[in-house]
Design a protein around this ligand. Sequence first.
Ligand code: AP5
Ligand code: MG
Length: 191
Amino acid sequence: MLNIAIFGAPGVGKGTQSALIVEKYNLVHISTGDILREETSNNTELGLQAKAFMEKGQLVPDQLIINMLEKKIDENKNAAGVIYDGFPRTVKQAEALDAMLEKKGMKLSCMLYLDADHDTLVERLLNRGKDSGRADDSDKNVIENRIKVYNESTLPVAGYYENQGKSVKINGIGEINDIFNTICQAIDKVK
Ligand code: AP5
Ligand code: MG
């Protein structure tokens, strides 16, 4: 079973590329951001807990995310594979994912690490904010905070998987289909 993480800063294209990957490889898409937004709009307990963090561009506490993920992995244990989008976002989450997969006799196949410069990220998010309805896209200060939190708390995850030889760095700037082709080459190597 394929277990692929798609990694990178806010706005780098994780969701966009995940949609293409899921279609081609028949994987289940687990986006922690999408799940949290759904929980928030349904006013669930988890959603209410997560909302304040998300609106400020801060990370939701690790334990809430890890519990949520374990449930999702269990729900999809018969899938051909899973793509994790927006997770793991801290080294603690990466360790928890490794442990969860190991418990089920699996391991992470690879981490696709999309990269783009700061100004491109801000431009994409502000642009999407015009009609996405995402509270964290419309305020430039919140976008800057998301990028800062990424650099401080999430970027160490790249090193964690580089040490395992699982990180594949991919240029996130260019035509969406060209980036997707590069991603497919990386996935085909671990299939
Ligand atoms: P999350 O939903 O994961 O958001 P994010 O990481 O900030 O990233 P985005 O979804 O905004 O960007 P993306 O990389 O998916 O880019 P996209 O494809 O949309 O997280 C939101 C919040 O939830 C967090 O801040 C946190 O509070 C919480 N959270 C989530 N997961 C968590 C976790 N594990 N732990 C703790 N907290 C967590 O593309 C962006 C735009 O660019 C789109 O408009 C797209 O059309 C465009 N675009 C994409 N590719 C290209 C291209 N090649 N050229 C031109 N435009 C492009
Ligand atoms: Mg996304």
